[in-house]
Design a protein. Structure first.
Length: 202
C-alpha cells in the first residue's frame, strides 16, 4: 500500500468529478482516502479490514469482463508486482484511459535487491525501465524519490514486451543519468496537477 498515492491523486483539480480505478486494494488505505466522484476497486481477495472491493477477481478477469469498455480518468496500479502482471495491468489501464488520463504505479523502485523478492516489489521495476528507455514521443513520467518509487505516467500507449529482462542496477543507472530523475513528493504533486490542467512537467 502506498503512503502517498492518495495525497497525489486528491491534489488533482476536480478529482471529485473524476472516475478512479484501483487495481490491488490490499489494506484499503489508498482507496478509502481517494476522493474521486466514482471509485472502482479490484482485488483477488477480500481482506479482513472490510475495505470495499467492488470486483473480487483478478485484474485480467476484470478487464476481460465487467471492466471491458469502461473508461477512467485516473488508475492506480498496486496489484501483483510480478512483471508479466504489471505489464498487462499497465497496458489494460492505458487503453481504458480517457484523454488526459493518468496512470500511477507503486513499488517500481525497490530500495535494495532484497525488495525484489516476489513477496515484496518483485520485478515490477522492469516496467519503469521499459517506459524510460522506449521512444518518448508524448510520454511523460514522474518518479517519486520515496514511497518505493511511486510513479505517474501521462500520454502513454500500450507497450511491447522488451527483448531482454532489465536488472535493478540498470534501472537505477537510468534514473541517475537519464532525463527522468526522482523528485520530491511536492514536486510530483505539482507535476501531476499541471498535467491535468493541460500543462507539461514542471
Amino acid at each position: 500500500m502506498s503512503t502517498t498515492a492518495a495525497h497525489v491523486i486528491n491534489a488533482i483539480s476536480g478529482i471529485e468529478r473524476l472516475r478512479y480505478l484501483e487495481l490491488g486494494i490490499c489494506g484499503g488505505g489508498t482507496f478509502a482516502r481517494v476522493r474521486a466522484g466514482e471509485k472502482v476497486g479490484v482485488d483477488h481477495a477480500q481482506y479482513e479490514d472490510g475495505c470495499r472491493v467492488d470486483f473480487l477477481m483478478s485484474t485480467d478477469s476484470f478487464f476481460a469482463g465487467p471492466g471491458r469498455g469502461r473508461r477512467f480518468d485516473v488508475v492506480f496500479i498496486d496489484a501483483c508486482h510480478d512483471f508479466p502482471n504489471v505489464f498487462r495491468d499497465f497496458n489494460h489501464s492505458v487503453a481504458a484511459l480517457d484523454p488526459g488520463g493518468i496512470v500511477l504505479l507503486h513499488d517500481l523502485v525497490p530500495p535494495d535487491p532484497a525488495h525484489t523478492s516476489p513477496s515484496l516489489c518483485s520485478d515490477a521495476f522492469r516496467l519503469l525501465h521499459l517506459l524510460l528507455t522506449q521512444p518518448r514521443t508524448g510520454l511523460e513520467v514522474v518518479v517519486q524519490a520515496g514511497d518505493y518509487g511511486l510513479t505517474a505516467v501521462r500520454g502513454a500507449r500500450p507497450v511491447a514486451l522488451p527483448t531482454a529482462a532489465a536488472t535493478l542496477e540498470e534501472l537505477l543507472a537510468v534514473l541517475e543519468t537519464g532525463p527522468v530523475r526522482p523528485v520530491s513528493l511536492e514536486d510530483m504533486v505539482a507535476t501531476v496537477v499541471a498535467w491535468r490542467n493541460g500543462g507539461g512537467s514542471t
